[in-house]
Design a protein around this ligand. Structure first.
Ligand SMILES: Cc1ncc(COP(=O)(O)O)c(C=O)c1O
Length: 401
């Protein structure tokens, strides 16, 4: 057996299941889960239609590179969204969702044969970053993103000795769970560090189309171009349809950026067997070519967050994020910092599931930046999220008074 498997940590939802195993939810309330970040708005009809219209694609093996018209649709979307001109032949690759691409990219770029091979991750973070690093034989170093810097990741605080061993940095912008978007200044710092130490930057941008400010989130490639890095040296961004188009089951996204990374990534993927089904390719072309459903989807999230955020901010430390579909809230002092106790009691008394923040982060440099916080995924319809918020308000008020 691969000994590295034993280094993997239980997934946050497994820990949540165990935390709640002996809790009996109050049967007076209908169950509401704000736990899992799975989009629940309806899948657009045009994507379903494109899928069913292309079932003939089941009869042939797809190439790992994907059809040229798929890569062109992705490049066209990047051009519209970020005002960037990418070469679809060398700078874009289709992937089966960003999760598998985050994982397989790490296997492609990491060289565990070099002493101390290190991957720097934000903290809290999406757990795939850690698993990808560990299974590639590397070690992790966690850079905190906490309220003190308005949830910007403290890249400047990573010691030089760590950077010297770093081969890969995961960026998550917009962040899960914080919703924070990296600024051009933060990108500049990270590019300078990458130039100095030679590491690759994987920018996970799967929440890029769900945002609450007027300006759309800055993308990694866009930041690079703005700073004159037109070859995107050592940078790839990962974009997904799952959240943008409400198709988490389609498993479709793309990786774009430095052609010198895309080429070995394609080689790796050929052996890994991660070509995208022709049926999914057809549905993805339809999805990337349509922006109307994305605008409508964003409007639904904006309406939902506009209703829920002020309700909760009256009783806990939470604000409208830049982007994403999570509220990342500090729990009131009455809970003495225990996000797990908060989650258990809320389930027992009000039948609402929230994820303890400490499950999304690691103890690093003496503290867990997720402790004392909870993550609420506002993925259900507005009325259900509002009801969950009302129950949370009651729960907190009953505890505080
Ligand atoms: C930060 C982050 N990255 C990547 C993913 C994976 O998304 P997908 O594989 O559906 O593109 C998720 C899913 O929840 C996520 O939260």
């Amino acid at each position: 057996m691969n000994p590295l498997l034993s280094r993997l940590q239980p997934y946050p939802f497994e820990r949540l299941r165990q935390l709640h195993a002996d809790v009996t939810p109050n049967p007076a309330f209908k169950a509401i889960s704000l736990g899992i970040g799975e989009p629940r708005h309806a899948t657009p009809q045009l994507i379903k239609d494109a899928l069913t219209a292309s079932l003939s694609g089941l009869a042939s093996y797809p190439g790992t590179l994907g059809e040229p018209k798929l890569r062109q649709a992705m490049a066209d979307w990047v051009a519209r969204r970020y005002d960037l001109k990418l070469d679809p032949a060398t700078q874009i690759l289709p992937v089966n969702g960003s999760r598998e691409a985050l994982f397989s990219l790490a296997q492609t770029v990491l060289d565990a044969g070099k002493p101390g091979a290190t991957v720097v991750c934000p903290n809290p973070f999406y757990q795939i970053y850690e698993g990808a690093a560990l299974l590639a034989g590397a070690q992790t170093w966690f850079a905190p993103s906490d309220p003190a810097r308005n949830f910007a990741v403290d890249w400047a605080g990573v010691p030089e000795a760590v950077w010297a061993k770093t081969q890969l940095v995961f960026v998550c912008s917009p962040g899960n769970p914080t919703g924070a978007v990296m600024s051009l200044g933060e990108w500049k710092l990270l590019f300078e560090l990458s130039d100095r130490h030679g590491f690759v930057i994987a920018s996970d941008e799967c929440y890029s189309e769900i945002y609450f400010r007027d300006e759309a989130p800055l993308g990694g490639l866009q930041a690079a171009a703005a700073l004159g890095r037109h070859d995107f040296k050592n940078l790839v961004s990962l974009t997904s349809l799952s959240k943008r188009s409400n198709v988490p089951g389609l498993r479709s996204g793309f990786v774009a950026g430095d052609a010198a990374l895309i080429k070995p990534f394609l080689l790796y993927r050929t052996y890994h067997g991660s070509a995208m089904s022709p049926v999914v390719q057809a549905a993805s072309i339809a999805a990337w070519n349509d922006e109307q459903h994305v605008v409508a989807n964003r409007a639904m999230y904006r309406e939902k967050f506009a209703q829920v955020t002020p309700m909760l901010s009256a009783v806990m430390d939470v604000a409208l994020p830049d982007a994403g579909f999570y509220l990342w809230a500090g729990i009131p002092e009455a809970f003495k910092g225990s996000d797990t106790a908060f989650s258990r009691e809320l389930l027992a008394l009000y039948n609402v599931v929230v994820l303890p923040g400490s499950y999304l982060a690691r103890d690093a440099q003496g503290h867990n930046p997720g402790a004392g916080r909870i993550r609420m995924a506002l993925v259900a319809e507005t009325a259900e999220c509002v009801e969950a918020a009302q129950r949370i308000v009651q729960f907190i008020q009953s505890k505080v008074h």
